[in-house]
Each structure stands twice: as structure tokens, then as C-alpha cells.
Design a protein around this ligand. Structure first.
Ligand code: GGG
Length: 355
């Protein structure tokens, strides 16, 4: 029996509730596919920050390094500034472990109503590939003249050739396994250095993939096309910020933030990769047991896929699809009354029955 060592960071808010259901479903998959998991929980969170002044201990990254993967819930809670919580936990993990590919599927599933009229299951099925290590999320910049009338802030975007080429290449390779179409998110009319550079790198990499159709849109019209023509897209590649914004929009058009999984991948496998839902900690519904756990559960399937457990990953995905298509056990964001736990249990039972 294969055993995987998984670091679990539930984090904040609904992270604690949805991660339990993700583990329940992964355990069911483990029983069915002869896998076992050694879960080690880390209480790294805003709560910990309030007690100790740090989101994670100083040697936190060293503690995570030996794991096969990291399964994370959500980060951020009122009382701790969002940039402190994010830069104290998630961003250092993504960077230190060279998780430069962030994969965020958006798929309209049977049994889910899109807010876009006339769209049915299968009409929307694209994957956002977000650059995850540089771009607009940079530590280069500063503040001057704080609390005076000359107060100012500078934030420098970082676009390297290596960073652009590796994420764009990854997107093209993914497209070759799908509908062979890559769309680039740009803004090279207004952002005069980094975005024309991004476009240049996109064009250079595209030349190596003559079998893959390409297009590019400025981010403003691209967001409009996501709403008006979501069926146009297959793989959409974007910078750190653009990819982040597009993935929330992608989640919205396929019915709920609660249905959007994600994977932060270190393709070279030199370090563990992190699997987390796109959504945040949702303090407004935290502790009520009503959060949708499907994004977290689906992120668990992405984790198994990355670990090479493809059959088990497929079983979890199929269980999610079946429950959404045929059961009314669903949380209120998608029109039901069920609890987080009810949904986790029904998906786990379905995984057990197919395994
Ligand atoms: N599920 C992880 C989480 O809490 N994400 C919230 C968030 O705002 N993340 C920022 C980012 O992905 O850049």
C-alpha cells in the first residue's frame, strides 16, 4: 500500500470546515484504491498570528519541505491585514517551493445553474493557468513619507523571461492535452513595458506549438468575453494578478466560488506542491457549517492526480459530478440546504461505492 505524507494547513475561517470534508473524501479514495495518508496538521493561521505575531514559525518552510504535498484551506481573517496573512503564509510557500504554475479549472457541471442565461453543462470548460511566482505580486517597492501630505507607495511588477517562458510553455503543453487553444491575458496597450514583453514571450513560445490555436485579449475585454462568450476558451494563461482575477470570475460563471479548485504546482517536483480551493476564508459564513466543500474536495482530486494516483483522482471527480447531477444534497450557494458535512459525507459514500 502506498503511503503519502500530507501537510495539512486548514488556515482560517471556512478553511477549517472544508478541509475536514476534503480529508474525509481522500480517506474514502484511499480505502478504495489501496492508498494511505499520514496527515500532519499545522495550525498556521491568523489565529496563530494573533497569539505569536507570526502566521507560521520561522522554520515553517523547512518543516513543510519533506512532505509529498500540502493540502491547504484558506488564509485571511478580519483583525490581521490581508497582505500580512497572505505574505506570511501562502506566498512564501508558493515561492520557496517554486510552485510557479497555478492551475484553476472552471467547468459548468450538470446540476448547476450558471448565472449566465442559456448556458448548460459542458458549455463552459476552460482552465486558467496563472503565473504564481512573480508579476504584480512582488516585494520590490516601498513607502515613503508615511503619514505626511507627501505619502507615497511604489510597487514594482517583475516579469522575467524565465518566468514568462515557463508558465506560457506549461499552458501550451496543457492545451495539447485538451482542445489545443491558448488565450493570453494581456494589457499591452496601457502597461507599456511588462505587458508588451509578456506578448513577445507569448508569441515566441507559440511558434514552437504550430498545432495550437492562439489568441490574446486585453484583460478588460477578456473579462467581458468570459461573461458573454465563455465557450470561446480552453486554456487561458495570465500573469499572477490577471490569473487571480480571472479565476474568481471563472468560478462565478460556473455557478459558485465553492466549485473552483486549484493546484499550485512545482512541475520539477523538487518541492511539495500545494492544493487549495480558489476561495478564501469567507468570514461571513465561517463556523456555521454551511460552506460548500466541493472546491476543497476537488483540490484533493488534483492532489492525487499530481501524486500519480489518476484512478483515485478520477473517482473523486466522478463522485462530485454524480452528486451534483443527481442529488439535492448541496449547500446553499448552489441552491440547497445541506451542511458542509452532509456534502462531504455523500461524496465520500459515492467514492466508496465506485472504488
Ligand atoms: N484558498 C486559499 C485562499 O485563502 N486564498 C485567498 C486569496 O485571496 N488568495 C490570494 C491569492 O491566491 O493570490
Amino acid at each position: 500500500m502506498k503511503n503519502y505524507k500530507i501537510a495539512v494547513i486548514e488556515g482560517d475561517g471556512i478553511g477549517k470546515e472544508v478541509v475536514s470534508e476534503g480529508i474525509r473524501v481522500l480517506e474514502a479514495a484511499g480505502r478504495g484504491f489501496d492508498l494511505s495518508f499520514s496527515w500532519e496538521r499545522f495550525d498556521w493561521s491568523c489565529e496563530r498570528y494573533a497569539k505569536t505575531g507570526r502566521m507560521m514559525p520561522e522554520d515553517g518552510l523547512d518543516q513543510l519541505r519533506p512532505f509529498d504535498a500540502i493540502y491547504l484551506g484558506a488564509v485571511g481573517y478580519p483583525g490581521v491585514p490581508d497582505h500580512v496573512s497572505l505574505w506570511g503564509l501562502l506566498i512564501p510557500i508558493r515561492r520557496a517551493f517554486q510552485q510557479y504554475v497555478c492551475v484553476r479549472p472552471a467547468r459548468l457541471l450538470k446540476g448547476i445553474t450558471s448565472p449566465l442565461s442559456g448556458r448548460k453543462a459542458g458549455d463552459i470548460d476552460f482552465i486558467i493557468v496563472r503565473e504564481n511566482n512573480e508579476g504584480e505580486y512582488s516585494e520590490v517597492g516601498g513607502r515613503m513619507n508615511r503619514d505626511t501630505e507627501f505619502d507615497m507607495a511604489i510597487q514594482q511588477s517583475i516579469f522575467t523571461r524565465r518566468g514568462c517562458d515557463r508558465i506560457i510553455t506549461w499552458a501550451f503543453e496543457l492545451a495539447r492535452t485538451r482542445k489545443k487553444h491558448v488565450t493570453s491575458a494581456t494589457k499591452s496597450n496601457g502597461i507599456v513595458y511588462s505587458m508588451p514583453f509578456w506578448d513577445e514571450r507569448f508569441a515566441a513560445i507559440a511558434k514552437k506549438y504550430p498545432d495550437v490555436k492562439t489568441d490574446q485579449y486585453h484583460i478588460d475585454i477578456l473579462t467581458a468575453h468570459f461573461v458573454a462568450h465563455p465557450d470561446w476558451f480552453d486554456v487561458v494563461v495570465g500573469s499572477n494578478l490577471f490569473g487571480d482575477i480571472l479565476s474568481d470570475l471563472g468560478a462565478a460563471v460556473v455557478g459558485s466560488m465553492g466549485l473552483a479548485p486549484s493546484a499550485n504546482i512545482n512541475p520539477e517536483r523538487e518541492f511539495p506542491s500545494t492544493f487549495e480551493p480558489v476561495h478564501g476564508s469567507a468570514p461571513d459564513i465561517a463556523g456555521k457549517g454551511i460552506a460548500n466543500p466541493i472546491a476543497q474536495i476537488w483540490s484533493g482530486a488534483m492532489m492525487l492526480e499530481h501524486l500519480g494516483e489518476k484512478q483515485a483522482a478520477r473517482a473523486i471527480e466522478q463522485a462530485i459530478f454524480k452528486v451534483l447531477a443527481h442529488s439535492d444534497i448541496r449547500t446553499r450557494d448552489i441552491g440547497g440546504r445541506a451542511s458542509t458535512r452532509d456534502v462531504g459525507e455523500v461524496i465520500a459514500a459515492e467514492v466508496s461505492s465506485v472504488a
